[in-house]
Design a protein around this ligand. Sequence first.
Ligand code: GLU
Length: 415
Amino acid sequence: MEISPWDNAMAQLDKAADFLNLNKDILVILKNCERINIVNLPIRRDNGKIECFTGIRVLHSSARGPTKGGVRFHPQVTLDEVKALAFWMSMKTSVVGLPYGGAKGGIICNPQELSINEIERLTRRYTSMIGTFSPWRDIPAPDVNTNSQIMAWIMDTYSMNVGETSLGVVTGKPIDIGGSLGRETATGQGMLYIMEEFCKKTKQKLDSSTTIAIQGFGNVGSAIARFLYERHNCKIVAVSDEKGGVYNPDGMDMIELKNHEQKTGSVVEFDGTTFISNEDLLRLKCDFLLPCALENQINDKIAETTEAKTIIEGANGPTLSSADKILEERDIIVVPDILANAGGVTCSYFEWVQDLHSFFWDLDRVNHELKRILAHAFDDVYKMYEKEKTDFRNAAYLVGIARIARAIELRGIYP
Ligand code: GLU
């Protein structure tokens, strides 16, 4: 039976907790989510009929500050998955040192089957019903299948409900209404910075000889593909989406691939490439494999057979804990999600700070701060990795958990 994302997250936590000899009282707090809200969302479809959807918001921990994390719209959203994603957000904000806890939300729906007006009604109903959003309590952001327009509706709905414009209630908004420059591509940009730091530390090149395979061509996959292609001239040998993948051992032009994808709705059938399945892509021989889609992609079978040298996790939770063990035995390094894809939430933090000050930064400042903060986080994790002689994910967990544990101890348990 396939392991669930929450079980996977808890296996990762247990491993780090054992390693740290973590106080059992702290462990039991981390193994429970602070708040779980599940709401029924009736909306009127365009045909006049009412349909009900389920909305979820999980606040995992607010020990280090207001909870932060995206909202996804997907037919396969489950409570188990949202809990795991909320937990990973607590770890991510802690590893990067942002003054936040972790949360995640989702609506079980297939946005491809909804009109734009139906998506707006669903978003507004969710925002009103879920009851946790506030700049000082719980701050949502984009995730799978949600974008800046949806964040604009969240901001507007919350603002209407409280009777005043509240820019800081949600991040990932359009630039014209309190969004931050650079937020749209920040996760990809952050991945690039992390890969550059990784290559510096491990004395590897990131140039035209570097081969890369990318699973997923959404907000994260398409941005990192373009950055690696444009800034380092890397050889992107394979890219995929939910319809399948394209492969060319000589590398592909990422600008043309993006044009093709925008025209046809998929990367498949791009000129000069052969078809490759999502599973075969994960096994390709390459310097860097970048899973940038959903959870549970790299299972034991893939871990045993992949010929990738290093895995950089753009998605949240793409690797099973059991697969991690196999990859470690095979000397395949995994740079974990909670570090590798933290650029998005870091830029969200900048957006929130700008909104609260009503003072907005230029793109150079955003990128300068992003690089500074991520390089620092990478350094913290790398030092832990060398000191403890453990794998990279565990090193990131050791850094993240110690900070949350410290916050819980300092705050104490109320009452
Ligand atoms: N959904 C993104 C993540 O998983 C961004 C969250 C945020 O910006 O709050 O990290």
